[in-house]
Design a protein around this ligand. Sequence first.
Ligand code: AMP
Ligand code: MG
Length: 395
Amino acid sequence: MTPLPSIDEARATLLAAVHPLDPVNLPVGDTLGLVLAEDVPAAHHVPAFANSAMDGYAVRSGQAGQKLRIAGESRAGAPYEGTVVDGEAIRISTGAALPAGADGVLQVELVDEDDANAAVVLREDVAPGRNVRDAGTDLRAGTRVLARGTRIGPAELGVAIGAGRQGLLVGPRPRLAVISTGDELVEPGTPLQNGQIHDSNGPMLAGLAARAGAEVVGRGHAVDDPEATRAVIAEALEVADVLVLAGGVSVGPHDHVKPALLELGVEELLWRVALRPGKPTWLGRRGRQLVFGLPGNPVSAYVTFLLFARPALNALQGADATVPRSSATLAVDVPRNEGRDELIRVRRRPDGTVEPTGPQGSHVLSSLLGAEALAIIPRGAGAVAAGTEVTLEPI
Ligand code: AMP
Ligand code: MG
C-alpha cells in the first residue's frame, strides 16, 4: 500500500489546484480585510507640501534674539500666500503649509510674543529645516507603498488613501458553504435525546471561514442518506466557490459524502493524510470550486480546516498561501504516533516552552480553549522528550 501523503505533501497537492478568484475594483473604504491584487504606488508625495511639525512661527533660519514682525498666518487648510522676507515671522499651526521664503519653525513655547507690536522675539536659533516636515517624508511620489498580495488592515487603508487612491483592485471574498453531516446532529440548545449531539462543527467552521476572509453564503445539514446528502451538496455547489463538509468521509456504511461528491462531478485530489487528528480528510475540486471533506470529530474538523482550507482560502484571495510556521521547545515529554504526524494543541509557558493544553482526543474540543498553536509531533516510536524543539502551526 502506498504511504499516505504528509501534511506538506497534501497541502502542496491542494494548493497546486487553486486558481485565485478574479479580482474586482472596490471603493477603498470597502476593502478592509481583503487582499490587494495590484501594487499601489503613491500618486504624489505625502505630505504633498512642506509643513510645520509644531504650533509656532515660520521664519527664515537665523539666530536667537531677533525681533520679527508677524506678517500673517498659515493655518491647516489655509496657507499664507505671500513670501516671507527677512524680519518677518508667520504664525503657523501644526500641519499648515510652510510659507515660501521660510525654512524653519520655532515652536510657540520658545518665542516671546509682543502682541502690542505684532512682533515676536526668538529665544533660540532656528537652523534650516527646524520643525519642518518636508514633502514626501511619509510616501515618495511614484514609489510602491503597498504590495500585491497584502491583506488590507486599517493601516493599509490609511496609506492607500494617502497615496491618492479612491478604489483598489482586490481579490473578492470566496463564497463558502458549510455542510454538517450526520443523523445524530441537532441544533444548538435542543435538549439531547440519547445518542444525539449538538452540531458544533457547523458554526465553528463558518467562524473559521469568516476569519480566513470567506463570505459564508450557506449552511446546511445532511442526514446519513445518499440521496439527501447529494441534494444538500448539489444545492451548496450552486452558490459556493468553496464547500466545507464535516463528517461522513470515513469508510463506514453511513458515510455518504464521497460518493455524493463524485456523482456531482467533484474530482478527488486526495483522500487521507498521514495526520492525527484528521486522517480521513478528503480534498477535491470541480472546475475552480474547491471541496473540503473534513472528518466529523470537532477537533479533527478544526485542525484540518486550519491545515488545508485556510491556506487555500488565502490563495483564492490572491494572498501568499505559505503558512507562517514557528518553533518552540517542548516543556514535557509527548508520546508519538507510529504512523502519522500528530498535531497537539499547546499553550506557552511563561518561559516560552510549550505544553499540551489538556487531553488530546479528537473529540476533546475543550482542549482548543486557550491553545496558542498546534505543535507538530513527528511520527515515530516512543516519545518526543521534553526540551526538544518542535514546529508550530498557527491556530
Ligand atoms: P464522522 O466523521 O461522520 O464519522 O463523525 C465522527 C464523529 O464526529 C462522530 O462522533 C460524530 O458524531 C462527530 N460529529 C460529526 N459531525 C459533527 C458536528 N457537526 N458537530 C459535532 N460533532 C460531530
Ligand atoms: Mg457521521
